[in-house]
Design a binder for this molecule. Sequence first.
Ligand SMILES: NC(=O)c1ccc[n+]([C@@H]2O[C@H](COP(=O)([O-])OP(=O)(O)OC[C@H]3O[C@@H](n4cnc5c(N)ncnc54)[C@H](O)[C@@H]3O)[C@@H](O)[C@H]2O)c1
Length: 313
Amino acid sequence: MKVTVVGAGNVGATCANVLAHRDFLQEVVLLDIKEGTAEGKSLDSWQQAPIDYYSTKVTGITNDYSKTADSDVVVITSGLPRKPGMSRDDLISTNANIVKSVTESIAQYSPHAVIIVVSNPLDVMTYCAYLAAKKDSKKVFGMAGILDTARYRAFLADEIGCSPKDIQAILMGGHGDTMVPLPRYTTVSGIPVTELITPDKLTAIIQRTKVGGGEIVNLLGTSAWYAPGAAAAQMVEAILKDEKRIFPCCAWLTGEYGFKDIYLGVPVVLGKNGIEKIIELQLNQEEKTLLNESALHVKEVMDVLDQMKRVNA
Ligand SMILES: NC(=O)c1ccc[n+]([C@@H]2O[C@H](COP(=O)([O-])OP(=O)(O)OC[C@H]3O[C@@H](n4cnc5c(N)ncnc54)[C@H](O)[C@@H]3O)[C@@H](O)[C@H]2O)c1
């Protein structure tokens, strides 16, 4: 089993380091365009191995895709992160060029790889990778829902005064302020969350979740990395161990939830073939309206990418 992580910045290096700690892979290849970055972080990770007891070696590479050949899973994190005052959508033109060229190189050397996109704006960069990879959409999808749901679960754990481990939740829609947390599908060790928290507090947590990425950008001057890197690693593990885990992922829809030809966050089953199933929940009218609004926003940004392609064609 071989995994490549493209982009050895905050998110990519964290993802590789989390995978090393899980200790189920021989090697993780970490590739960056900036000379020395991937090599330096990989060496640091290997020097952590005797302390934290793992055997997975992270190998750093500067832009040589032949070293990524025959990867089973590739995580794409290359691209600019947000700065304060920016929306994810502001990154589109720079990151689209990066994601397109990276995906083409990956497709050349690892034609059968499952591709997980992390770069922002997430839904549209996943679409960009899908167009460049020219492969089954079940093998090209994005990481956002696990992170957004984790933020929601962490805020709930603080408010309820319980372990975040005991909070199960699902969240749908685009990776942006229009995301749709679903309190009807949120439980705390099987107890409906509405029995443990007042409606006002729940509404405030949902709002904080929607702008959870921006809260960190304002604190740090760049976007988050521990939780995003760990979320991508969790997807890699589910695929390579064929775990059939159910996660919210950014998936290509072909009629599910009434949407077609769009990448959107929905619950899926992840296994060795990538997305093995998209789960269709019976949403109520209010939830459907929120999901429609989110899909409309994602579609607008996808249209911007399509226009850019026409201009550059
Ligand atoms: N999906 C999510 O939930 C989520 C969460 C956090 C961050 N992100 C996004 O992930 C991306 C990475 O964030 P970060 O904080 O790691 O940024 P970063 O700046 O720390 O790292 C990005 C890395 O990509 C590298 N890079 C740029 N062009 C490249 C190319 N052509 N080939 C290979 N490497 C290249 C850079 O040298 C840099 O090391 C950003 O777009 C960010 O917005 C997404």
